[in-house]
Design a protein. Structure first.
Length: 1217
């Protein structure tokens, strides 16, 4: 929000402070002297006289900058202007003498009257020197021309002599060279001719040798071919004789096989006759067995709805009930067996603790034991023990004897991280497991996954639809859903649950258990005995019709002394026996009729063919002969090197001119502004309150000047710039500084400074630099500063006005952007805007809920922005940066639990996660902070109340460069919980401190209303009978007055639920009606008025055994109620009084998880005059109080379901020790 300023400081604020370091003004002048701005380029700013309000929510240095003073504007208008000049003549005796000499040498000299004007003595003297050089150069050139003509003539005569001698030398050299080359060429040609003749003779000798070798080779091949043909003829004769003998044998064997086939066919005809007679008799017997089986199946089907029978007919193909003659062959996967002696010791002390993990220390486990007759071991969660049972099995599958059973036990869950497991030698008794029996039925019980695989001599036993397997689950103890109960879940995919008719063991969404307390409530309580006629109450069956592995997970809702589970086929209900095996006839085997032999294929002799060898003669293929060719040498004659003649120069005539010289100076001045680090900040944003130094630099006075009688600088400082007089005085020892009441300052050269300026007037002198040290103290300020230099001499006064440097402070209102520094320019600080930390409170979808109501359990999500975008491009000193960057979240202590803070994210505008760049401090009191932070908060002017959170940049300089100077806002997403029982308005505000300057953010609010509900009890006429009397048989109505959820809330309604625990021993539930408490409209246009029946939008559940009544509005209905509408409902529960005594009742309304408990109502019912046996009656019609219309509600209304009791009790355990 904007703050109205009541006091505005005047121009030129001054304060005392310690001195600051010097800045080299001379260097600054040299770098900036060319930046002067002419008066025509200045934009004069004027501000209308209005009440000034700082639009930035500053907490320190809140003053708004005043308009510039008239003196300041006037000086700025003259920027860059110069008035007057300083002149003096300069002469040279050397130039005068050289001019005289030139004239005597005949050079034409012109003497001009107009002088050349220079700004300093060096330039003037340089001009005189240059003129002297020009005249002297002309004289030297004249003399050089004469000398050059003579030298060129003499040199050409010498060149002609040398060229003649060179021509004669070259002619003799070429003649001698040609003669030597001709002799060498003759000798070379003769040598090449000799080598060519020798090569031709060698080729002829090699050709004759090849021809002789080919002749000898052909003769040898002819001899070998003759011998080979004779050997081939002998082999072929022997082969023909062998083939004739073999063909005779094949014919005899073929005729014998044909005779045997006739004998076998006669034998088989007799066998087929006997087999047909045996099969006919077996089929008749099997038909009788099939008819008997179908009759038994039909009998079982008829009893599926009778208690104690399976609810569907399934045949049993596996007989697996008791195996006394079986032992454990191997156990794999177990590393910690319980020492049998230790187990006995624990059992003797307290047998209930045998399966408790804490009963054993690490030393009570051993790596191996004799487990053949059963053992106990530790099984960690996730660990699997594989147990193989071997021996003489009585079990069978489809009539085939079982030879081996493999069981896998995996610990699935345990609060102790492991279970103590006991496996019996008899696999039908299976397993006992547990982890903690030290406190009875508490906590969450262990879970164990069991898988079994059965083997016969044929391999694994496989269940099929024709031959299913039925496993028993029995002794499923239960004390009700709210107490202890045992369950089975996670059946393997090839198994399914089949309930026993009348059993309390049912499938509850994949978990099989008894929800009723069958261990304590008759008639179920007798179920837990193998011989009990009601054993089926706590039992069920699992049917497998495929696969060869059968698995399930066993568990209990709470810990116990040890959970025993037996996986066998002792089903607690009659099962259909497998179809008796049909009589199988093994027919007598016919003799195999030999295959009619194939007429033999007679042998054809394999005769050999001789292939004569072919001689391949050697070929002589010499490479083509290329005679050597001689290349004669060529002589290259040389040419003579002739020297060219030199050019004879023309005769020259020279002339020069000279002029007088004077010195004129118009010294410039320039103003700069630097921060504490000496960094140029002209035209830059700088932090408010940071130290800045105006540097006033004047050009050196040049040599040849007149006496300076006074040297003065006038500086009208900008409004809102607070001068540090002490630091300024220390830096200006060469000047006397005077201040007037309007903020204008004057710097006058001291006498020592004037003496210094006039000491050596034939030399340049540097004017001492002047300084003004201070700080800008306004948000969004513009600080332009110009100064005037006045130099007085005996001839008059010289005046020059400097350039206009400027600095800006952040916080400029974008509604009134800064004007350009020069006409036609752009906003000099385009990114600058107001410094406003912002905060919002949002829902889970990110929508603002500022000013809206919330529920007590609402998590408040705050999104807060640390505002840095206006700082883009800012230039700050190390000292200013060192004051740090702070962010404060100031929450309402009474409303918000500060310890519940969750920092969801801290991100920069570029997406960086920057939470690790800050130290987060939970400040319970400002006094708990270190002295530096306390001072910083105090100086910044922020005033968080009570507890607050403080974030401090760990590395201010790195943070400044990466985010502040880049103008990247920092956004924090924070979550808090509301304190329990708080009612009222929650406020939350943010502050930020940058460069030591404080700014406060907006306040966000939420309202936590008081949640109140009321209960009443009404008679049939709608009158309250609270604390009254009700007769047995009377109908009464409990009115559940709901809470009206206000409009304009910051949340959607997810839950609106009535819960009433009726005293069911005295009140018999009849019906319920739900009515609207306020008017509202649904999105489809449906208008609901106060009093309209809303029952169709609800779901009701009533537990007849506990009296727990619950009605909830459907989520899809609640989702249609928009936040801008109020909502509420009343419930009317009608009951019939069925017993005498005092009846006390209250109810709880749940709104989005917030429980609201009503008052209690009390009624009394007297004892009847005499006991009577009540006659069952049809449910009475219920009447809503004061509605004027009767409404009938039966117990079968939609949505009413019967739940199960939750009773505690002791449970009998079965355990093998």
């Amino acid at each position: 929000m904007y703050q109205k300023i009541t006091t505005v400081n005047g121009h030129g604020f001054f304060r005392k402070s310690k001195a600051y370091g010097l800045v080299c003004g001379i260097a600054l002048f040299g770098a900036m002297v060319t930046t002067s701005v002419s008066a025509e380029e200045i934009v004069t700013e004027t501000t209308p006289a209005v009440e000034v309000v700082n639009p930035n929510p500053a907490t320190n240095l809140e003053t708004v900058q005043e308009t510039p003073s008239a003196e300041s504007l006037a000086t700025q208008a003259e920027a860059g202007q110069k008035t007057g000049e300083l002149t003096s003549p300069v002469t040279s005796t050397e130039l005068d003498q050289i001019v005289t000499d030139a004239k005597e040498a005949g050079i034409t000299v012109t003497e001009e009257s107009k002088p050349a004007v220079y700004e300093n003595l060096d330039q003037a003297q340089a001009d005189l020197t240059k003129q002297t050089d020009v005249v002297k150069e002309a004289t030297d050139k004249q003399e050089a021309n004469t000398t050059a003509i003579k030298e060129a003539t003499d040199k050409n005569a010498e060149i002609d002599r040398q060229n003649k001698a060179e021509a004669e030398r070259v002619a003799e050299y070429n003649k001698t060279g040609q003669e030597a080359v001709d002799a060498r060429n003759k000798a070379g040609q003769e040598a090449v001719d000799a080598r060519n003749a020798q090569a031709v003779a060698k080729r002829e000798s090699e050709a004759e040798a090849v021809e002789a070798r080919n002749k000898a080779g052909q003769e040898a091949v002819d001899a070998r071919n003759k011998s080979g043909q004779a050997m081939t003829d002998a082999i072929n004769k022997a082969e023909q004789e062998r083939a004739d003998l073999e063909n005779a044998r094949l014919k005899a064997e073929y005729e014998a096989e044909l005779a045997n086939i006739v004998d076998v066919e006669a034998y088989n005809a007799e066998i087929r006759k006997r087999n047909a007679e045996a099969i006919a008799k077996a089929e008749a017997d099997n038909a009788r067995l099939k008819a008997e089986y179908e009759a038994k199946k039909a009998e079982m089907q008829a009893k599926t709805k009778e208690n104690g029978y399976l609810s569907e007919v399934v045949a049993q193909s596996l007989i697996y009930k008791s195996e006394p003659n079986v032992t454990i062959g191997t156990i794999e996967g177990v590393t910690k067996f319980v020492n049998p002696e230790k187990r006995q010791e624990v059992s003797d002390a307290n047998r209930n603790l045998v399966h408790t993990v804490s009963s054993y220390s690490e030393g009570d486990y051993v790596g191996t034991v004799d487990y053949s007759n059963g053992t106990t071991f530790l099984l960690n969660v996730g660990q699997t023990a594989t147990v193989t049972y071997v021996g003489d099995f009585s079990a069978s599958a489809n009539g085939e004897k079982i030879t081996k059973v493999v069981a896998r036990y995996t610990a699935v869950a345990s609060e102790k991280g492991a279970s103590i497991v006991t496996v019996s030698k008899d696999p039908t008794e299976t397993v006992i497991f547990g982890s903690d029996a030290t406190q009875g039925f508490v906590g969450v019980g262990d879970e164990l996954h069991i898988e079994k695989t059965f083997y016969t001599a044929s391999g694994k036993v496989v269940a099929t639809k024709e031959n299913p397997i039925i496993f028993s689950i029995s002794s499923m103890n239960s004390l009700g859903e709210d107490g202890y109960f045992e369950y089975v879940k996670d059946l393997s995919s090839n198994m399914r649950f089949v309930p026993i008719t009348g059993s309390q063991v049912q499938d509850h969404d994949g978990k099989i258990y008894a929800s009723t307390s069958i261990d304590t409530i008759a008639p179920y309580s007798g179920h837990d005995s193998i011989d009990s006629p009601v054993r089926y109450y706590g039992s069920g069956a699992l049917v497998a019709e495929s696969g060869d592995t059968f698995g399930l997970t066993v568990g209990a809702s709470k810990h116990q002394t040890g959970h025993w589970f037996a996986m066998n086929t002792n089903v607690a209900a009659p099962v259909l026996p497998p179809l008796p095996p049909y009589k199988q006839i093994t027919p007598e085997q016919e003799k195999e009729v030999p295959t009619k032999p194939v007429e033999p294929t007679y042998v054809t002799p394999t005769l050999v063919t001789f292939t004569p060898e072919v001689f391949v003669p050697e070929k002589y293929n010499p490479e083509p002969f290329v005679p050597e060719v001689f290349t004669p040498e060529t002589f290259d004659p040389i040419t003579p090197k002739m020297i060219p003649r030199v050019e004879v120069p023309e005769k020259e005539t020279y002339s020069v001119s000279v002029h007088p010289v004077i010195v004129k100076q118009t010294p410039a001045n320039i103003k700069a502004v630097v921060n504490e680090d000496g960094e140029n900040v002209n035209g830059k944003l700088v932090p408010k309150g940071s130290t800045q130094t105006w540097v006033l630099t004047n050009s050196p006075l040049v040599a040849g000047r007149e006496v300076v009688t006074s040297y003065t600088m006038l500086d009208p400082l900008p409004a809102g710039f607070e001068i540090d007089r002490e630091a300024t005085a220390i830096k200006n020892t060469a000047w006397t500084v005077n201040y007037d009441e309007n903020g204008k300052t004057t710097l006058s050269a001291t006498q020592a400074t004037l003496d210094y300026l006039n000491a050596n007037r034939n030399q340049d002198v540097v004017v001492p630099v002047a300084y003004f040290v201070g700080r800008p103290i306004n948000d969004g300020g513009t600080y332009k500063n110009t100064f005037t230099t006045l130099i007085a001499t005996p001839k008059g006064e010289y005046k020059v006005v400097s350039n206009i440097p400027v600095i800006y402070t952040p916080g400029n209102d974008p509604e009134t952007p800064r004007p350009p520094h020069t006409p036609g320019g752009e906003n000099p600080t385009p990114d600058d805007n107001l410094i406003k930390p912002k905060k919002d409170v949002v829902d889970e979808k990110g929508n603002s809920i500022n000013g809206q109501s919330v529920l007590p359990n609402t998590i408040l999500n705050y999104v807060a922005e640390q505002d840095f975008d206006q700082y883009k491009g800012i230039v700050a000193s190390q000292n200013a940066i060192g004051k740090g960057f702070l962010y404060v979240d100031d929450y309402l202590d009474d409303a918000i639990d500060g310890t519940s803070l969750v920092v969801n994210s801290i991100t920069a505008a570029n997406g960086d996660d920057v939470r690790e760049l800050f130290d987060k401090i939970h400040v319970l009191s400002k006094d708990s902070l270190d002295e530096k932070l306390q001072a910083l908060i105090k100086d910044s002017g922020i005033s968080p109340v009570g507890e607050f959170y403080l974030w401090v940049a760990k590395d201010p300089e790195a943070f400044y460069k990466a985010y502040v100077q880049q103008g990247l806002d920092i956004t924090r997403n924070l979550s808090f919980k509301i304190k329990q029982d708080f009612v009222g308005t929650i406020t939350n505000q943010t502050h930020q401190v940058d460069f030591g300057n404080g700014y406060y953010g907006n306040i966000v609010t939420n309202e936590v209303p008081q949640l109140v509900v009321h209960k009443d009890v009404l008679d049939k006429d709608g009158k309250s009978i609270n604390n009254g009397t009700v007769q047995i048989g009377d109908l009464v109505t409990y009115k559940l007055e709901g809470w009206v959820i206000p409009a304009g809330r910051g949340y959607d309604i997810k839950e609106y639920r009535f819960v009433d625990l009726l005293q069911h021993s005295h009140d018999d539930y009849q019906s319920v009606v739900i009515e609207a408490k306020v008017d509202f409209t649904l999105p489809n246009g449906t208008v609901i008025k106060k009093g309209d029946d809303l029952s169709s939008y609800t779901e009701t559940v009533y537990n007849a055994q506990t009296g727990k009544f619950e009605t909830r509005f459907k989520e899809e209905f609640l989702a249609q109620i928009t936040r801008d509408q109020a909502f509420g409902a009343d419930g009317y529960i009608t009951v019939k009084r069925i017993a005498s005594g005092e009846v006390v009742n209250e109810y709880t309304l749940y709104v989005n998880g917030n429980p609201v408990i009503s008052n209690k109502v009390v009624t009394n019912t007297p004892e009847p005059p005499k006991p009577e046996t009540p006659t069952p009656q049809a449910p009475a019609k219920a009447q809503l109080p004061n509605t004027g219309d009767a409404a009938s509600y039966s117990l079968s209304i939609a949505g009413v379901v019967t739940l199960f009791t939750s009773l505690l009790g002791l449970r009998k355990r079965k355990e093998n020790e």
